[in-house]
Write a protein that binds this ligand. Sequence first.
Ligand code: PEP
Ligand code: MN
Length: 352
Amino acid sequence: MIAITSHNTTDERIAEIVHWIEKHGVSAHVSKGEDRTVIGIIGKADPVMAEQLRQMSGISEVIKISKSYKLASREFHPADTVISIKGVEIGGQDLVVMGGPCAVESPEQIDEIARLVKAAGGQVLRGGAFKPRTGPYSFQGVGVEGLEMMAEAGRKHGLLTITEVMTPEYVDICAEHADILQVGTRNMQNFDLLRKLGTIQTPVLLKRGFSATYDEFLNAAEYILAGGNPNVMLCERGIRTFETYTRNTLDLAAIPVLKQLSHLPIISDPSHGTGRRELVEPMCKASVAAGADGLIVEMHTDPDNSMTGDGVQSLFPDQFANLLLDLEKLAPLCGKTFSTKKEPVLAGSWKK
Ligand code: PEP
Ligand code: MN
């Protein structure tokens, strides 16, 4: 259930209402909008309480949220969530481009790719140090050393970094090194991992499970939000269908649907969504046209020899740079801005 305040309700009055709600053994999440505040009541609220709340001064409406997820819903939080990291805003006016290899392979490899991502106008360096592989004999990533290599490359070239975390035990060390933590498609419903990510404030990019419905996806995000971490972005990365020509089917409709159902930023991943290099560029553009807040794109300097099988879906550096030049022209037609010439990422930390 949510309670919406009247236009002139003061902060003091809101605090009194929150206190009153919490006395009933449920919790209150306050979300301030431009001219009204939404108070989300999380827990079992009885109808008598709802009626009392409706009668209170300072409250204009009380609405029952029908969805199983609450904090992730647009009803609860009408304004778009904007996640701000060292001067880069995700979910705001600017389109955000994350680029880099599937896996961190060596300090030289990640340094060179970081240089090229920055030169092209990307804001975030991607790269996995821990890789979730289908088979146990495949390359599993270089581990903690890879985190250090990425952090160093990000610092040197003025890029934010994003890397995948697979288990709750590795959340803290990954958060020490990276600006954004990625939850992979295979872990979307790893509830222990999601709960652990709820206990920190580091932004999380949650990938959609390859067979997850929108409802399941948003409920997975709800685990992180309910734990107390509001910095969640959703990532459409393709779902499994009967089609085998592409690795997955990038569900473009997910972008406007999730925008409707949720206030969280939406990132599209056409690399895993198609599995084919030649489809990445058109699907990036289609994602921006569909309303994506950002893109995550695999790029490699030597894709034929990349250590995961994802070289076939990785752009060459010149393709990546040309794509970003095109996005600079396309973004304004789609309600976004994007410039290939950027200020350096701010020094210092968003963490308190
Ligand atoms: C990746 O980003 O390299 C990755 C493994 O993604 P996904 O979890 O979407 O397969
Ligand atoms: Mn990959």
